[in-house]
Design a protein around this ligand. Structure first.
Ligand code: 4AD
Ligand code: MG
Length: 504
């Protein structure tokens, strides 16, 4: 019996097992908010309806204590889940010690150190439910489309995405690297199976703390024989829209808990704009408008709005602080105002962060040098102008991976495609059409100073029945972060691994 099914058991007796998420007492009554992993519900222990032992046990319950209870399910529209359980029996597994995570605002480092417990809170629970929907939808999509799932090795002898962020390990006395991408193996498998996808852990030794980078993340990498870059983009769009659609169908309650404005998810079900690198650069630099919006002007206006919000927020904080400092003010009013002040201070922090960021974004947009890769700031600048993901393709070949095909009509460009999520989120997918010309590939491997021996097997794919093919990689945590509207990628995975963090 689980909380999520209680509506089917109105006026019946049920037995539930779970934890105390909250407790409140008023004369002769204990109100327990119980959670069991499937949902939360209010359970009431009434002194006049249970034995003194049971009532005493309920009164003693601390936050996160674990128990089993039996009770009658009563319909109650006002409660979360639409029901209340009137308790008739209670058995406690364990009275929890003083629980470190309280209702008050905790700092992020504290929460990350307590990630093993923080996962129980409602917001984190909702994010993990959405992550689960996304994972399941990804498998369903590719299975429905006739793809074969393949597991690529994690110990590898070659660098797929450049040598700068490899994790080296000792492999029986020889160096081996933790996989940065399963793509090269995916290409081999596509020549055997036609269409494949990988879904596995990937590792990047990113020595920087950003809100987008993890050292360990999960990547989904489809690879399709006989696809060109345009068929690849069609597939990416259909795939992402399927995943977004599944979340919208399955996770309305969770999206509400995390206060995600779903308008942008809805608009993302429309066609994604496709821009060449050249068009994207013109937009970033403010030389070309989108939907009547200019990148530079929008940022300048946003900065003004933020500066005035900062002033009004500061004023409200001062006003409320003065109010509660007055003599004779009621305790309830103090609490109410203190809560408000905490909320205001937290939004002030966000505003101040934006106030620091926008000038940097402006600077990097103004000084962007044609021919460079897009940095995090550039992605933010362009995607703030859109209400759906955009696909940027045909990149200067020098800034992209060695395996990308040159555009036959204009060899300055490689047929790579990045999908950038709107609202400033930036890259969630990187992919493209693969080089099939053995000679060009050998030149690229040399240019990137990669060890040829490690790529001999990969070159074989161009020697034995080479065909046009394409694929892409979706970062699972990047899409969870965007769909959930999170500020930082660290909340999108149960136990994030990033520069400076290995515990818990
Ligand atoms: O753009 P990337 O490096 O592309 C590849 O690895 C290709 N081999 C994929 C392919 O064509 N099969 O990485 C792909 C995606 C990025 O778009 C991003 O979503 C995610 O992987 N990603 C990261 N996610 C979290 N933390 C990091 N450090 C990431 N690096 C890449
Ligand atoms: Mg990329």
């Amino acid at each position: 019996m689980y909380i999520k099914n209680l509506l089917q058991f109105i006026d019946q007796s049920v037995t539930l097992s779970g934890w105390a998420a909250n407790k409140r007492e008023s004369k002769g009554l204990v109100f327990l908010v119980m959670r069991d992993g499937t949902g939360i519900c209010q359970c009431v222990v009434d002194e006049s309806k249970v034995s003194p032992e049971i009532f005493a046990a309920a009164s003693k319950l601390t936050l996160e204590s674990s128990f089993t209870l039996t009770g009658n399910v009563i319909k109650d529209e006002r409660q979360t889940g639409g029901v209340e359980v009137q308790v008739t029996d209670l058995k406690v597994f364990q009275y929890a010690m003083d629980y470190p995570i309280a209702k008050k605002e905790h700092g992020i480092e504290f929460l990350m150190d307590n990630r093993h417990l923080w996962l129980r809170s409602q917001r984190q629970w909702a994010i993990m439910k959405i992550r689960n929907t996304i994972i399941f939808a990804i498998h369903r999509f590719f299975q429905q489309e006739g793809f074969v799932e393949m597991d690529a090795p994690i110990f590898t002898g070659n660098a797929c995405e450049g040598t700068s962020n490899l994790f080296e390990t000792d492999y029986y006395g020889d160096p081996a690297y933790l996989s940065q991408s399963g793509q090269l193996y995916g290409e081999a498998m596509a020549m055997a199976m036609g269409k494949i996808y990988t879904f596995g852990p990937t590792f990047r030794a990113e020595k920087s703390k950003t809100r987008r980078h993890l050292s360990e993340f999960w990547m989904i990498e489809p690879e399709m024989a006989f696809y060109d870059i345009f068929q690849n983009m069609d597939l990416i769009e259909k795939f992402l829209q399927f995943v977004i659609g599944e979340v919208l169908k399955a996770n309305q309650p969770e999206l509400t808990i995390i206060e995600r404005d779903t308008a942008v998810l809805q608009t993302s079900l429309d066609t994604f704009p496709r821009l060449t690198y050249d068009e994207a650069v013109a937009i970033i630099k403010g030389e070309k408008d989108v939907n009547g919006k200019n990148s530079i002007k929008t940022l300048e206006e946003d900065l003004k709005v933020i500066e005035s919000s900062i002033l009004s927020t500061q004023a409200e904080i001062t006003e409320r602080e003065t109010k509660i400092a007055q003599p004779g003010i009621k305790k309830g009013e103090i609490n109410f105002n203190q809560n408000k002040i905490a909320q205001l201070k937290s939004s002030l922090k966000d505003l101040e962060e934006q106030q620091r960021n926008i000038p940097q974004w402006l600077e990097s947009a103004r000084t962007f040098k044609y021919g460079n890769d897009l940095g995090g700031s550039d992605e933010t600048v362009i995607t703030r102008l859109f209400d759906k993901p955009i696909m940027v393709y045909d990149w200067p070949h020098e800034v992209k991976a060695f395996y990308l095909k040159r555009n036959p009509e204009d060899p300055r460009f490689a047929r790579g495609v990045d999908v950038l999520a709107p609202e400033g989120y930036g890259e969630i997918v990187g992919g493209g059409e693969r080089e099939t010309d053995e000679k060009l590939l050998i030149d690229k491997i040399n240019e990137h100073e990669l060890p040829m021996e490690a790529f001999e097997w990969y070159l074989d794919l161009r020697r034995y029945g080479s065909v046009p093919h394409a694929g892409f990689g979706l970062g699972l945590e990047r899409i969870v972060t965007w769909i959930c509207g999170l500020k930082h990628v660290r909340e999108s995975i149960p136990f994030p691994r990033s520069y400076g963090r290995l515990l818990p």
